[in-house]
Design a protein around this ligand. Structure first.
Ligand code: HEC
Length: 171
């Protein structure tokens, strides 16, 4: 072998060796990146999975069911709208005379009758507390005041008007 052939072989194998190193480095880098990046879930595969695990069957009441439901809902809404207690009056004396008097005139169940002895301490709590107790109900030392006097059809404004009237009647 001639001298320059040896020289060529040396340089050539150096280049080949270098290229092998680069290849290994790239492979290692690719492997590393592949592990570091989270795998992407294909939308198609996701849909397929969803359809596989979807519950079998559903309740279908048919057109009649839907119509009946709508009719019932509108009937319920209509009856709720027509449920205005005592014609929607804001006259406290009327509401008191129809409902609250059952307890607050006789003192049944410990209800405070409309006299100062029963009411001065209650009035001192402030109107907001009286409203709150009359609307939400109240269980105090004397007894149980039911929410809205036991008639949930009363509006909050009606209850407030009645409380105002009661307080004005306390002697
Ligand atoms: C079932 C009987 C009953 C009816 C009906 C009733 N109340 Fe009472 N109410 C009570 C009792 C009992 C108390 C006393 C609660 C206590 O202090 O322990 C009370 C207390 C109150 C108080 C005072 C609350 C406080 O903080 O001291 C107000 C205000 C009141 N009632 C308003 C009304 C109004 C307005 C109505 C009618 C819409 C009404 N009540 C109907 C039993 C009744």
């Amino acid at each position: 072998m001639r001298n320059y052939d040896l020289d060529f072989l040396k340089k050539f194998s150096l280049v080949i060796g270098f290229l092998v190193l680069v290849t290994l480095g790239l492979q290692f880098l690719a492997y590393h990146l592949n592990k570091a990046i989270p795998p992407e879930v294909s939308q198609v595969a996701l849909q397929r999975t969803q359809s596989r695990i979807a519950p079998l069957g559903a309740v279908y009441a048919g057109a009649t069911g839907a119509a009946a439901q709508a009719a019932a809902a509108s009937a319920a809404a209509a009856s709720a709208a027509s449920q205005v207690a005592y014609g929607g009056t804001k006259d406290g004396s009327v509401i008191f005379g129809n409902l609250c008097t059952g307890c607050h005139t006789s003192g049944a169940g410990g209800a405070p009758t409309l006299d100062a002895a029963h009411w001065s301490a209650r009035i001192a709590q402030g109107k907001d507390t009286l409203y709150k107790h009359a609307i939400e109900g109240f269980h105090g030392a004397a007894g149980v005041m039911p929410p809205k006097g036991g008639n949930p059809a009363l509006s909050e404004d009606q209850v407030k008007a009645t409380v105002d009237w009661m307080v004005s009647q306390v002697k």
